[in-house]
Design a protein around this ligand. Sequence first.
Ligand SMILES: [Zn+2]
Length: 180
Amino acid sequence: MAFDEDSRKTFPCPCGKGEIVLRYGSDDRGNYDSRNELSCPECKALYVHEPMYADLSEDNHGWVLKSLIEEDRKFKAGVEQKAKELYLSSWVYRLGLAKNKKEIWALTRGNAGICLKTFYKWSDGKSLDALRKEAEREFYYGNLKRIFIVCFVKPDLDALVTNEQDKKKLMKDLGMIVNS
Ligand SMILES: [Zn+2]
């Protein structure tokens, strides 16, 4: 795709031997576009551009160590596994208390991000039990905060993680206050 550059900014790459180049301009349809490139072979081997994970690293304009992303993925999978053992039953119980589709929607909408009307359309013809069953799958790391709230669960952090660093990370993700 064609890219017309209007301006650029450069920053040192993480190792300092090369550059992160941010280019601003427009694509071939004239729409605003930007590019973020790492012009350092050494860093390119170690980093990926994943702005979603930017909080894992120093400000490298969205470039994050691959190893950190992998570590993060393992951390989340570990917590999720443990949380399932301890609290999936609470979630299933809570879903069981939902008396109608609207309540199922209220319990899960934060995750799906869809409005009630759309949910009704999507769930048309599905039984309440089928919807409960599907909602059980919403039990995953990114949704734990919400699940703990709606299930009135006070998570046992020491059972979910094994060290202080992970505990802080988990507390932050669960929206709990962290003392530094
Ligand atoms: Zn570098």
